[in-house]
Design a protein around this ligand. Structure first.
Ligand code: KIV
Length: 287
């Protein structure tokens, strides 16, 4: 059911041009994180337009406290799995912490994600300071998604809190967004900023904004797989649990354990047969 999928002629993959067209048409779209083949296939079948292999995988998949320990190898491996699972959705991968400290390093890192994993774009955190890097990547044909507001890779510097609340900070964020757009970014994630600021940025840009904890005025929304499906202990305020899959999974696994312990699983239907004659023949040489 979740086997790797290959492009089929009747399935037209989502492109970056499609996302821009959606913005121009005033139509919203959804981005969702995915970290493995199974999640990618399910989200793709649900019609989610963009899959983000977020470095949030450090927390939700690997159990770290922050995104900082995530390596490029981690991202390449998980991104490749997501690409194998999706048929239609555009796949974007995060450049992890300290893998894009210079434009040349960014090219090498993004190159691995594009060539080895097959993603269609990369996301990086930061504003005006990242302009030379974004420009270089875009010149080389690497689509770049920006990320402003709360940027998790700087968590120790800025703290996990809403950004852009003061007038100066809000102005800087608008300038950063315009600078990223001018450098060639194709979309910008706005994380944990006031809704009115996100709406203003969205109106000023021709490229889509993708909000998380940034209100309904963005062109798109992004959520973390585990948050929307109820797969972790607590979801942040900006997330909505659309299902409690974790509870269902646990109930299913309790049933599994109980059936194993009680001897009711596996049954004959789950087993293969060998006729008594063949079994006797097989056992004959050993007596
Ligand atoms: O890593 C991630 O999942 C992200 C989203 C929260 C935007 O960057």
């Amino acid at each position: 059911m979740y086997a790797a999928t290959t492009a089929s002629p009747d399935i037209r993959p989502v492109t970056i041009a499609d996302l821009k067209a959606l913005k121009q048409a005033g139509r919203r779209f959804a981005m969702l994180t995915a970290y493995d083949v199974c999640a990618a296939a399910i989200a793709d079948r649900a019609g989610v337009q963009v899959l983000l292999v977020g470095d949030s995988l450090g927390m939700v998949m690997l159990g770290h406290d922050t995104t900082l320990p995530v390596t490029l190898d981690d991202m390449v491996r998980h991104s490749a799995a997501v690409v194998r699972g999706r048929r239609r959705a555009l796949v974007v991968a995060d450049l992890p912490f300290l893998t894009y400290a210079t434009p040349d390093q960014a090219v090498a890192s993004a190159g691995r994600l594009m060539q080895e994993a097959g993603v269609q774009g990369v996301k990086l955190e930061g504003g005006a300071a990242m302009v030379p890097t974004v420009r270089k990547l875009v010149e080389l044909g690497i689509p770049v998604m920006g990320h402003l507001g709360y940027t998790p890779q700087s968590t120790h510097q800025i703290g996990l809190k809403v950004q852009g609340k003061g007038a100066q900070d809000a102005q800087r964020l608008i300038d950063d967004a315009l600078a990223l757009e001018a450098a060639g970014a194709f979309a910008i994630v706005l994380e944990l900023i006031p809704a009115a600021l996100a709406a203003t940025v969205t109106q000023r840009l021709t490229i889509p904004t993708i909000g998380i904890g940034a209100g309904a005025g963005c062109d798109a929304q992004v959520q973390v797989w585990h948050d929307v499906l109820g797969l972790n202990g607590h979801a942040p305020r900006h997330a909505k649990r659309f299902a409690e899959i974790g509870v269902l999974m646990q109930a299913a696994l309790v049933a599994y354990r109980e059936e194993v312990e009680g001897g009711t699983f596996p049954t004959d239907a789950n087993s293969s047969r060998l006729s008594p004659e063949l079994l006797a023949e097989a056992l004959a040489p050993v007596g």
